[in-house]
Design a binder for this molecule. Sequence first.
Ligand code: NAD
Length: 347
Amino acid sequence: AGGHVTVHETLPSRVLVGAGARRAVPEETARLGSRRVLLVATGSARAAAEELVRALGPRLAARFDRPVVHTPVAVTEEALELVRATDADSVVAIGGGSAIGLAKALSVRTGLPQVAVPTTYAGSEATPVLGETKDGVKTTRRDPAIAPGTVVHDPELTLAMPPGLTLTSALNALAHAVEALWAANATAVSDALATEAADGILTVLPEVLADPGGLPGRARLQQSAWLAGLCLAQTRMGLHHQLAHALGGTFDLPHAELHALLLPHVLAFNLPAAPRAAARLERVTGGDPVAVVGALARGHTGATALRALGVPREGLRAVAERVAAQPYPNPRVPDAEAVTRLLEEAW
Ligand code: NAD
C-alpha cells in the first residue's frame, strides 16, 4: 500500500447491551456450545458472580477469583491448571481490564471462547491486545484471536463503582478517543467513533459523578466507553498510551489513575500539532479541551500527580529518553527534552 492508504479492520464480535443483559450470559455460553464454564471474576463483581453461579448450576466448571492487574503469567498458569483440572470449555470474565486480561490470556493459550462482561470503562473487551508481565517485564501482543467473541455491557454492573474509579476509568476511555482523533491511521469510522465517545463521556461524566446510582447516565457512559474501546482497537495509540505503558511498567502504577492524570498534559503537548483533533475537541467541549479535561482530572480525590503516585522525580528523564528513542506514532515529535518537561509538569 502507498503512504496514504489506511486499512480499516473490524473484529467479529457479538455485543449485548442493556440493563440486565448479564442475565443472558448462560444462554450466550450455551450458544458457544459450552458445557463447562470457567468464571473469572474479581471481588468487586462478587454479586454478579454469585448470580451467574446460581444460573449456570452444573454447567459451572470452576471459578477463579483472583485476577491481578497487568496479567502476571504466574497467575495465568495457576488459572490454566484449573482449566485443565476441570475440563472447562469456555471462559466468562466479569470485572475490569484485569479480569478480562486473564480471560484473554487463558483463551490465547487454550483456544477457549470468551464472554467478557466489563465493569469499568477501560475497553479491553473491544481489543485484540493482551499485555502480560513476567519477572517485572511487560510484553504486549496483538492477534484477532485474543478479542472476546461475545461482550455483554450491563450498566447495572457499574452502579456501585466508587466515584474515584468512575472518574479515572472514564478519563482512561476518553484517552482512547483523544488518541484516535490524532492517530496517523485515523479513518472516517474512527473519527466518528472517537467524536461520539468524547462527546458522550464529557457530557455525561459530571452527571454520573453527581448521581452515581442513576441508571440512564451510567448506561450512556458505558456505551461511550464502548465506542472508545473500539477506537483503541482500530487506531494506533500515540504518546499518551506510550507514557502510560512506560510509567506504569517501570513504577507499577494504578492503570486508570495514571491515564487520568496524564491526559491533560498530553493534550496540551499534542493539540497545537493536531489541528483536526483540536477542532473536534473544541467543538465537543465547547471551549478549551485542556482546561475542561484538566478540571475533570484535578477533581479526583486520589492522586492527581505522578509525585503522589510515588514516582521518583529522578526517574522521569530516563522514561522520556526511552520514549523518545522509539516513539509511538504521534502528531508532535516527542524529543527527550520536551517529554521530560511534560513529565515534570505531570509530576
Ligand atoms: P482493574 O480491572 O484492575 O480494576 C481496578 C479495581 O477496581 C480492582 O480492584 C477491581 O476489582 C475494581 N473494580 C472493577 N470494576 C468495579 C466496579 N464496577 N465497582 C467497584 N470496583 C470495581 O482496572 P481497569 O482499569 O479496568 O483495567 C486495568 C487493566 O486492564 C490493566 O492491566 C491494563 O493494562 C488492562 N487493559 C488492557 C487493555 C487491552 O486492550 N489489552 C485495555 C485497557 C486496559
